[in-house]
Design a protein around this ligand. Structure first.
Ligand code: DOR
Ligand code: ZN
Ligand code: ZN
Ligand code: ZN
Length: 388
């Protein structure tokens, strides 16, 4: 099929290094089919799925099970992050090529983290960190528990909690000289801390930490609840800081609207972003806040190199005629009724945008065209786990 792209822009297919597709265990929130359709809709041709499913993706058995599910249901290329169980399981997962081993600093003791780094020595598999110090959070949360205004959530998880945990993560990276990736950095001080160390550390920002502030919790309520939380303007990261950051990842974290409409303490954290991110970023390029080349770097080239997705790297995907075609002039307002994700809400609802992905091409075949997902799925799905 011939594709007319006169006046359009073509970029390499986007790679989202951080999504939660919730399968197995929470399919009512999202599954590999709906999540991957949302990815294709948003211009992404590869996603890396997080391991906090039920059960967790922390044994070789569960890892293989998830590969099977994703191979059957995903309409885009995929890789999987693994989480932590016994060291024996980590050793068994290594040859299965996880995108990374993910550590929630909230949950794992220091001695265990050091054992993990030792186990990964010699492999190129990065350790990814969700950084928030549990002790700080516990204290501030208990102080605020009688408050019900959503905006106090940012105070319950202050940025010092994030910075302490990051200090720890980069210390491990420095000591073991092992590739380490810090997820969703939310504060400028946290970012400066990361850039103060000479160690193989990379970091990521989400669209919400870049574009929203703690006052948006007041405006949008619990749908804006996320961990780490949104920050006040004086602490937050903005466009000028992007040069210190390696990648933009969506942290697409769908929950049901009913779950999100709970009170601020009981609502689950997370924002679904796959179908708004590129539109928001393209709009910033029109406003001269961002260059297209930076989008390409932060959502395709860099995630590919950090997580081993280059043709010559550990894994053979990501550079195989995967493209997104953009109409730079298309305008509209962000609307949730167009979402393929099961999560039909966004704190970006109603925002005007300029520029949107109009076609997603996976290994030379159209999988999304003007918002429609191709019925016959087009290309065969490749993953880090496909045998050549
Ligand atoms: O906001 C968040 N949502 N932060 C996390 O760390 C987990 C994620 C989720 O799984 O919903
Ligand atoms: Zn996280
Ligand atoms: Zn996440
Ligand atoms: Zn591909």
């Amino acid at each position: 099929k011939k594709i007319n792209i006169k006046g359009k822009i073509i970029l390499p297919g986007l790679i989202d290094a951080h999504v939660h597709f919730r399968e197995p265990g929470y399919e009512y929130k999202e599954d590999f089919r709906t999540g991957s359709m949302a990815a294709a809709h948003g211009g992404f041709t590869t996603i890396l799925d997080m391991p906090n499913t039920k059960p967790e993706t922390n044994t070789a058995k569960e890892f293989k099970k998830k590969i099977k599910i994703a191979s059957k249901k995903s309409i885009v290329d995929f890789g999987l992050h693994a989480s932590i169980n016994k060291i024996k399981e980590i050793e068994k997962i290594i040859p299965l090529k996880p995108a990374s081993f993910k550590i929630f600093t909230e949950k794992i003791e220091n001695h265990k983290i050091s054992l993990i780094f030792q186990t990964l020595k010699g492999s190129k598999i990065p350790v990814t960190f969700h950084c928030e110090d549990p002790e700080i959070i516990e204290y501030y949360t208990s102080q605020l528990k009688d408050e019900t205004r959503p905006e106090i959530y940012s105070l319950a998880r202050p940025s010092i909690a994030e910075e302490l945990a990051i200090a720890k993560a980069i210390t491990f990276s420095h000591h073991y000289n092992h590739p380490t990736h810090i997820c969703h950095v939310s504060s400028k001080k946290a970012l400066k801390l990361i850039r103060s160390v000479r160690a193989p550390v990379t970091c990521e920002i989400t669209p919400h930490h870049l574009l929203l502030r703690s006052k948006d919790l007041k405006k949008w309520g619990t749908i804006t609840k996320t961990n780490p939380p949104l920050r006040p303007e004086k602490e937050a990261i903005n466009f000028k800081d992007l040069k210190m950051i390696d990648i933009i990842a969506t942290d697409h974290a769908p929950h049901t609207l009913q779950e999100k409409e709970n009170n601020i303490w009981d609502a689950p954290p997370g924002i679904p972003n796959l179908e708004v991110t590129l539109k928001l970023l393209l709009t910033l390029t029109r406003k001269k806040r961002l260059k297209l080349a930076r989008i390409q770097k932060m959502l395709s080239e860099k995630p590919a190199s950090i997580f081993g997705l280059k043709n010559k790297g550990r894994i053979k995907i990501g550079m195989d005629a995967d493209f997104v075609v953009i109409d730079p002039k298309k305008t509209g307002k962000i609307k949730t009724d167009e979402f393929y994700s099961k999560a039909h809400y966004t704190p970006f609802e109603g925002r005007e945008y300029i520029g949107e992905p109009i076609m997603t091409i996976l290994r030379g075949e159209l999988i999304m065209e003007y918002g429609e997902i191709s019925k016959n799925k087009g290309a065969h799905i490749k993953s880090k786990y496909t045998k050549e």
